[in-house]
Design a protein around this ligand. Structure first.
Ligand SMILES: [Zn+2]
Length: 519
């Protein structure tokens, strides 16, 4: 007796091959038959006219803490995501073992951050496992997290002991199941590291046959030298490289992706296994205060900005680096009196208040103790499409798991919409990608990137992570002004053979597996 049979589905096997019609039978967490189903099943789903594909793998997720607090991972599961690759952009849930977490909290823009009941990667993963999660989890260890454990937020190179300690923490995390290391070379404290430090740590990752994921040091005017650094790290440490959210920001730089694409393709020709992920939006999301140095806050971030004339001038200069104020829109902030500014650009806020945009930004940060999220419409649609067409580019939301019922604020809609947006808009509406190719970027490509042998392809013997969707109606509903909206058209989602989404509704099941890297 089968557990579940999808009758008469259009099967997208995840390899990019054309779809074919078949029944797909699931038993004990695995796909046991692709072809006509004989015998009985506990659940039979009429899939006529619908597409059945491997579950989507979110190659770039920031759900490390959300999975602890919101293990049903609603915003991801509801768009067909069955596996999340967490620990990105230099920041991971673990390790937290050296008692420096208070400092983390000070630095964190995450209001859910709290003293965690875990220390190293092993205990963090065990906690997820014990609680149960709705998605499979693929962990990376964050370079910034490790550096912070050892050096706090000091802006200097590590001494020999500190470097050795960082290496040990990376080695432990890899030993305990991390698939690789990520860097966020634009953020504190990752930005304080030089290339040779990252190479030394990447060599430890390479020893475990792991992967190097990187948020480049620069995604604007200096994109190409930042990409060169990533390529150098890959060659010197001898390990595969994944460039996170591949893009260029800032109107003067639009079109530069032609050159960054050429650099990646040259590096591939030279023998480096380098790939990338991408989210399908022309806006990024970050904190308004991210260019402001930590030293500008009286008692650390989340306190008050220093306000004497010299300090104030320094902060305004740092903020001026953003420049494109008409493209930067306030997404969320806490101060009651500022709520009316949500959805307005910083330039508009300045106009309303009769001050410069930098002054307006300063005021917002001051009144909201630094907690102001923004979306930055700094990318070009042409660039997004050029990148999406590359066969080595996979899909990664750069978002995190939310529950639309309880979530607050106005985060980037990518957390709810990334995968369905590609299917509904870039495949169906724009005709940019074949459906099969889009699904490949969400399934077998990331599975291969991470060495997942039993996922990402719909075939007998593979784990039953499956998505049934309606290609005629699938669409993202999350917008920049109303992000907490689940999509349309994702009908059934199975994780390890268990139904997590049934007829478009989350069942609450938590059958996700915490995956551990094997050498
Ligand atoms: Zn990033």
């Amino acid at each position: 007796m089968f557990d579940i049979v999808f009758k008469n589905a259009r099967v997208l096997d995840g390899t990019g091959a054309p779809w074919f019609v078949a029944d797909v039978s699931v038993k004990d967490g695995a796909v046991v038959k692709v072809g006509q189903a004989h015998g009985e099943a506990k659940t039979v789903i009429d899939a006529t006219g619908k597409y059945l594909s491997p579950g989507f793998i979110d190659a770039h997720s920031h759900s490390d803490l959300p999975l602890v607090h919101n293990p049903t991972a609603d915003s991801k599961v509801m768009q067909g995501v069955t596996t999340e690759v967490i620990g990105q952009c230099g920041s991971s849930g673990a390790p937290r073992q050296l008692g420096l977490y208070a400092q983390d909290r000070e630095e964190s823009e995450d209001d859910e951050a709290d003293m965690p009941p875990w220390t190293d990667m092993a205990s963090y993963l065990k906690l997820l496992e014990d609680q149960g999660v709705s998605v499979n989890v693929v962990p990376l260890v964050g370079h910034g997290t490790v550096r912070r454990q050892v050096m706090g937020v000091e802006n200097r190179a590590p001494d020999k002991n500190e470097l050795n300690l960082m290496k040990r923490l990376v080695d432990d995390a890899m030993e305990q199941g991390a698939f690789g290391m990520s860097t966020g070379l634009i953020y504190v404290p990752g930005r304080y590291s030089k290339t040779d430090e990252v190479i030394e740590l990447a060599k430890v990752v390479a020893k475990h046959r792991g992967y190097y994921f990187t948020h480049l040091r620069n995604e604007g005017a200096r994109l190409l030298e930042a990409l060169k650094e990533a390529i150098d790290i890959g060659f010197h440490a001898d390990l595969p490289v994944q460039v996170s959210h591949f893009k260029v920001m800032g109107e003067p730089n639009w079109g530069m992706v032609e050159h960054s694409i050429a650099m990646v393709e040259k590096a591939r020709k030279d023998g480096l296994d380098i790939t990338a992920d991408q989210y399908p939006y022309i806006a990024s999301s970050t904190g308004l205060g991210s260019p402001v140095p930590v030293s500008a806050w009286r008692g650390g971030k989340g306190s008050e900005l220093l306000n004497d004339p010299t300090e104030r001038q320094k902060i305004l200069d740092a903020l001026r680096a953003r420049a494109n104020w008409d493209k930067i829109v306030v997404a969320s902030l806490e101060n009651e009196d500022d709520q009316a500014f949500i959805g307005k650009s910083i330039a508009e806020v300045g106009n309303i208040q009769g001050i410069s945009p930098e002054e307006a930004a300063f005021g917002l940060l001051q009144r909201n103790r630094g907690v102001v999220s923004i979306v930055n419409f700094a990318m070009s649609e042409d660039d997004v499409r050029m990148v999406m067409l590359k066969p080595w580019v996979m899909v990664g939301s750069d978002g995190r798991a939310y529950n639309a019922k309880t979530a607050k604020g106005q985060p980037h809609p990518r957390s709810y919409g990334t995968f369905v947006r590609i299917l509904g808009r870039y495949v169906r509406e724009y005709g940019l990608l074949r459906l099969e190719e889009a699904v490949r970027k969400m399934t077998s490509l990331p599975a291969w990137r991470l060495g997942l042998q039993d996922r990402g392809i719909l075939r007998e013997g593979m784990r039953a992570d499956l998505v049934l969707f309606d290609a005629d109606t699938v669409i993202d509903n999350a917008t920049f002004t109303a992000p907490h909206q689940y999509p349309t058209g994702i009908e059934w989602v199975l994780v390890n053979g268990v139904v997590v989404v049934k007829e478009g509704v989350h069942t609450g099941a938590r059958p996700g597996a915490v995956l551990r890297h094997k050498r």
